[in-house]
Design a binder for this molecule. Sequence first.
Ligand code: WTA
Length: 682
Amino acid sequence: MWLRCGCAASLRVLASPLRVLGLRRCNTAAFMPESTGFGGVSGRSGLQEFSVSSSESFWAAVARHRLSWIRPFTAVQDCDLSRGRIRWFEGGKLNVSVNCLDRHVHTCPDRVALMWERDEKGSEVRYTYRELLEMTCRVGNLLRRHGVKKGDCVTIYMPTCPLAVASMLACARIGAAHNVVFAGFSAEALAERIRDAQSSTVITVNQGIRGGKILELKKTVDTAVQSCPTVQQVFVAMRTDSPVAMTARDIAMEEEMLKEDVVCEPAAMNSEDTLFLLYTSGSTGKPKGLVHTQAGYLLYAALTHRYVFNYHDGDVFGCVADIGWITGHSYGVYGPLANGGTTVLFESTPVYPDPGRYWDMVERLQINQFYGAPTAIRLLLKFGDEWVNKYDRSSLKTLGSVGEPINTEAWEWYYRVVGEERCPVVDTWWQTETGGICIAPRPSDPDAEIVPGMAMRPFFGIKPALMDTEGKVISGNDASGALCLAQPWPGMARTIHNDHQRFMETYCQPYPGYFFTGDGAYRSVEGYYQITGRLDDVINVSGHRIGTAEIEDAVNQCPAVAESAVIGYSHDIKGQAVFAFVVLKKNVDVEEADLSRQLNGIVSEKIAKYACPDFIQFVQRLPKTRSGKIMRRVLRKVVELDLDSLGDLSTLDDPAAVQEIIQEQSKRSYTNQAQRYDLFAA
Ligand code: WTA
């Protein structure tokens, strides 16, 4: 049922009257078998309170119940956020690939583990648990035979496909860490990540194929490894039929896999050994390699997958994220496989070959939970309802959203048109750093209300806190502040690879004793959380996180550029788009259009296409404080045409710099912001 008042907060899926009376509380043990021993706990909110106040009992029970251990853990946790020390389930030994594969092969070997939705529509391939275990063992043996040892880090630069999943799990099987690099990153970005991770082994494919276009992944790896002295071997799998030039360090992967045994002894790993590194952007130019470890990460991914999406045995889970991002890791691979689920690997794009692709896939694969990004939903809603209605979506039970705020229009379309008002929409807030979902509308008591555009409720074990500008905890509701998490949880990242100091400075020191997320949030009168956006210089373009400093570093490498300032501005499909202010060196005589093209070329070569500026404005100088810091806050206001709230400009070294930029913009007398920027889009 809908109430329309035009504002997000009043557009609610209403709670049933029974729930309001408190009569429809769930049977806690039936809902969550792990909770049987939690005396006196009833209902979802009771469980949440228990998970936070008796965190050790909660996580111990869940870890014993949900994971298979080679040796039981002796301590549930040993954490001190103020010192950046985070350890869970110490003394325990386990193997993540055994948890994701072998134990399901024992009970249901022929259950489908992966449904690979290849780029070519209608050519999906299914892999059973038995088949995925065999493939993983062959890769594990292959890596071992080629000298990959426990503690090494293998870089994986592949499209979303079963062999990429088998490669991740093979690393886990033999005790190596993996470092998956999104296959849209450039050779330079790949090289930087290989060097930082000190990988001697890379796994790739000859070519990728996405949206019908060929991606020369092996060639990109060839270029990257030229500046990576650590790399000794590159395994090359064949995604397409086109042969590629092989060098002395390259190994034909499938051919060599055939020679390997289908049994591979799993390594007994300590709970706190590294499972993987995943690079993400921060507010400096250098991406950070977040470190996730074995038991805590897997447990958290599994538990959130089960309860946020209400995943049940036999369901088909469709997460359309690329494996190169944390969402692909936690909800494309580890969460569903730890739960013995069937997971879809989506290799294509939402509009290939047409805007019906997702829903055609939902019908063909009978997907029960669909998990996607707001940017794709916003894009698809523009193509109209016909593309959705053409297909049968009666299999759908839950719809999920991740990566960026979902605006009310997109939420409503997702709920009404895609889900036919039958399926709860879960707007899930989390980060690469958190390992899994931390705030989401579900799990909650049956029929509990869901407010559009709000992540709402903390997951089990999560205790959010909002901080004011003086660093004090805000206690009341109807308040906004910096979002922190007040106690550790098993899924959180442990450190930044080779840079624990940066981990401390970024997450632990801003609010001592708390984990700082970098996001702002609003807590409503009812106590629900709504994410208001980043507080640092990180922007979110089509759900892809990118630091403005990274883009500036690339732009500044152009010989004609003296300096630059990059900011994000609202974009109706991408969520945020990239705006670059560029100051040229004196006596540079180049056409602006040529220079814009050149700058875009540099950014896509140094980082990736998605990081390219949508708009470039050449200016004489940038607004700076007297200490020389660029005032990006002011530039953001100028770009958003919010000139009345430019704020205090008295700290500017030369306030005339802002006026110059405003005048330059107003010469272009367009009333509508989108129109202005589209017209001048670089
Ligand atoms: C943003 C993606 C609003 C947020 C899983 C966060 C969101 C960053 C939401 C992490 C959401 C993620 N609503 N904003 N539901 N989910 N974000 O590391 O700014 O790629 O800090 O992890 O995305 O991006 P990351």
